[in-house]
Design a protein around this ligand. Sequence first.
Ligand SMILES: Cc1ncc(COP(=O)(O)O)c(C=O)c1O
Length: 394
Amino acid sequence: MKYNLDEIIQREGTDAYKLELREMVFGTSEVLPLWVADMDFKAPPSVIKALQDRAAHEIYGYTIRDKKFTDSIINWLGSQHQWNVKKEWIEFSPGVLPSIMVAIHEYSESGDNVIIQTPVYPPFYSIVTENDRNILKNRLIETDGYYTIDFDLLEEQASDPKTKVFAFSNPHNPVGRAWKKEELKRIAEICIKHDVLIVSDEIHSDLCLFGNKHYVMADLYPEVRDRIITCMAPSKTFNVAGLSTAYAIIEDKKIRDRFHKRLWAMQLHMGNLFGGIALEASYNGGAEWLLALKQYLEANALLVQDFIKENMPEVGFVLPEATYLLWFDFRKWGLSPSKLRKAMVEIGKVGMNDGVSFGTEGAGFQRLNIGSPKALIQEGLERILKVRNEVFKG
Ligand SMILES: Cc1ncc(COP(=O)(O)O)c(C=O)c1O
């Protein structure tokens, strides 16, 4: 194998969030860290080399992002997503969450509504409420572990004159859906009809698995183009999240100018030297590595599926269409959310993201990150089984 993703790399001593915040989040640093969404794999060789080369220069002053930066994005989106982006549509941002925050500030007022689809990545809540906006929960419909959209509710929520923004996760974290064309079309129609801005978080778009395809919403229908901000980054795909480098693609000039002005007003436009280098090296030299990564993630997801089928068939689990985040339904164990969480930590010593942090809909669920060598995933599963053997009476 060209890339050794089986290698277990010690992350102790690197100030890794996933390790260092275990004490705060789980009350102990003894848990196996299978939570926060970064991976325990080295970045692609092209990225490591580019960063090392630049670090060797030893002067790290202010830098600019030039044509190389935008060209690498244009080429990546063209080759991976068949999306023909023009250079002027690209706005740098230090993160996808900052992009969403800028959009919410610019396109809504204090007290206005922002729609989110729950259960969802926890900062989608705080980014709305801590910026004095009001959350409208468009709860996803769960059927045997597969999630779909409640379009009637979405229409009702979008029709409220105070609803200004729809913060959309595609592919969705944590339910793993890569939304289909028909679903995107219906969302677009509703948002166009009610003049709601779509802020489409496509950070997981490169990580579609098992033959599923990502559809860039902004590119599907001409009518949606003056209604959408697409937020992307290489951070999840190439495991470079610590370098805080992302971008927004905005075709409509009026929307783009306002986004740009607000981003500068908030002094978020500078970015960091190494992030730009990593983005270029990822997009220019990481495609082959990404293929190997996706195969590895698929194998990990299948390992999980087989293990569950064999050892704990009552646990709800559906293979993800995208992302390295798996969403487990433990409701049949009959534990309250706090007892489930406690059992995972104290009996299993396994650190997954607690379902409740994704919203009340996540009660009885846990999110497992499979972006780790398979030996660690196997170990995590054994630990979950240990919990099951103690708490599940069948
Ligand atoms: C759906 C989603 N959006 C945004 C982020 C964070 O993006 P950033 O670190 O670029 O702000 C994550 C990280 O897990 C995520 O899953």
